[in-house]
Design a protein around this ligand. Structure first.
Ligand code: ATP
Ligand code: MG
Ligand code: MG
Ligand code: MG
Length: 458
């Protein structure tokens, strides 16, 4: 079953159960300046959950584009390392605004998975929050899940909260067992963080309001927020054990191999590039442009990371922007805005590639030399030099070091940056106090300028 069909079936199923189908909102949250990117389906409904906004419906469903690269949820470091994490993904969700609660939320999810998609029951595992007897009772006695595939979890993983205060409540998560040939243990065990038991759907029961003293007050009209990763459920339906082998990724990975002249289609770098072209393109579609701070700096980091992986494959000419056309072919039907913006997106990416190309090769030489010194940890001065002079975001250098099993001295990096700031400040003072124009080594002063812009790390 193709991903597009799963997306469609999901929305149809919930529409047939009285849900308003709501389009995906922008990756740049319109209602929340504290949030870096839209990272879940509920983001566009936040004010509805809080009771600040009324909608003409009490049930909704969506397929929401999400980015988790920076901020509270950051999966950038997972890309290229797990089979199930992306920086950009689509979250299928159904929502109840004070309408149905646990019973229906659980029954809808179970029916959709086992009846509509016909996922074999014995492949599914379920968790609830340890104290949530109500949800446990529905799963065990009404749905009839086997107690051997059911776990109560006491950690924050199964208790959701919007913030320090406000709506919160227990979660129930549904996992799919990809089989014994994949490494990883069942939920709730120390080996759970593998790709065998993959969380596919998270049901959040917003049941309480937490006040500033930390006390939980029952909400008069509890709500439901759920999220299922489209790529993860597609892997299940397409009987592959990695999200990177589903239809949405197959073509992109092939295209990434074409533009980098890579021969080994199983290369991790191709997965990273395929993941990153999705995130970068959709961020640009939604108005983000590469910059030295804020959202734009996250975009720049993702782009440069992709370029570095192309470089690793031996590609020294701009290649990343060429993938926009391929992405538009794969995802354009679901996202016409991508098709419309594709020339602009490609132009932005190309410019960033040309810009980084000026320093990438020299920076790589500096880094290679440092890595050859057989250190266990890359020192702060080198990290800072790469960052300041060669435009290597810290996470990019960390990604390269990690491939060689070498850690990075993040604290040392911060100190080196602080020292640079001090020098810049001193130089600035000198100019003002003496009333003469600064004529010291212009390179140092340059550093000040670039620091001001690049000084923001998220
Ligand atoms: P995980 O524990 O696997 O990191 P999560 O608990 O952080 O997932 P949720 O915040 O519960 O994820 O998001 C709801 C659903 O979105 C998940 O059950 C999963 O199917 C999907 N999802 C979450 N993060 C990613 C990601 N980085 N890439 C792809 N799908 C994701
Ligand atoms: Mg996560
Ligand atoms: Mg989880
Ligand atoms: Mg979860």
């Amino acid at each position: 079953m193709k991903s597009s069909e799963i997306r469609q079936k999901f929305l149809q199923y919930f529409a047939s159960h009285g849900h308003e189908v709501v389009p995906s909102s922008s990756l740049v949250p319109g209602n929340d300046p504290t949030l870096l990117f839209t990272n879940a389906g509920m983001v566009q409904f936040k004010d509805v959950f809080l009771g600040h906004e009324k909608r003409p419906y009490v049930r909704a469903a969506s397929s929401q584009r999400c980015v988790r690269a920076g901020g509270k949820h950051n999966d950038l470091e997972n890309v290229g390392y797990t089979a199930r994490h992306h920086t950009f993904f689509e979250m299928l969700g159904n929502f109840s605004f004070g309408d149905y609660f646990k019973r229906n939320a659980i029954k809808f999810a179970w029916e959709f998975l086992t009846v509509i998609l016909k996922v074999p029951e014995e492949k599914l595992w379920v968790t609830v929050y340890a104290e949530d007897d109500e949800a446990a009772d529905i799963w065990l006695n009404e749905v009839g899940i086997a107690s051997s595939r059911f776990t109560r979890i006491a950690t924050a993983d199964n208790f959701w909260q919007m913030g320090e205060t406000g709506p919160c409540g227990p979660c129930s998560e549904i996992f799919y067992d990809h089989g014994r040939e994949i490494a990883g243990g069942p939920p709730g065990t120390p080996e759970a963080d593998g790709d065998r038991y993959v969380e596919i759907w998270n049901l959040v029961f917003m049941q309480y309001n937490r006040d500033s003293a930390g006390t939980l007050h029952p909400l008069p009209r509890p709500s439901v927020d759920t999220g299922m990763g489209l790529e993860r459920i597609s892997a299940v339906m397409q009987q592959v054990h990695s999200n990177y082998q589903i239809d949405l990724f197959n073509e992109l990975i092939g295209a990434a191999a074409r533009v980098t002249n890579a021969v080994d289609l199983s290369s991790n770098s191709l997965k990273v590039i395929a993941d990153h072209i999705r995130a970068c393109s959709f961020l640009i579609v939604d108005g983000v442009i590469p910059a030295n701070e804020g959202r734009g700096y996250v975009l720049r980091r993702i782009i440069r990371r992709a370029i570095r992986h192309g470089y690793k494959l031996g590609q020294i000419n701009p290649f990343f922007y060429l993938l926009v056309e391929d992405l538009a072919k794969v995802m354009g039907q679901a996202y016409p805005e991508l098709v419309e913006a594709r020339a602009r997106v490609a132009a932005v990416l190309k410019q960033e590639e040309e810009r980084f190309a000026e320093t990438l090769e020299n920076g790589m030489q500096v880094l290679e030399m440092a890595l050859r010194e057989e250190k266990r940890m890359l020192d702060g001065e080198t990290l800072f030099r790469l960052y300041d002079t060669y435009g290597f975001p810290l996470d990019l250098t960390a990604d390269i070091a990690r491939e060689r099993g070498i850690a990075i001295d993040e604290a040392g990096f911060e100190q080196a940056m602080e020292r640079q700031r001090e020098r810049a400040r001193a130089a600035g003072k000198f100019t003002m106090q003496e009333g003469i124009s600064y004529s010291g080594p212009s390179t140092t002063f340059h550093g000040y300028g670039s620091l001001q812009h690049e000084g923001q790390i998220l």
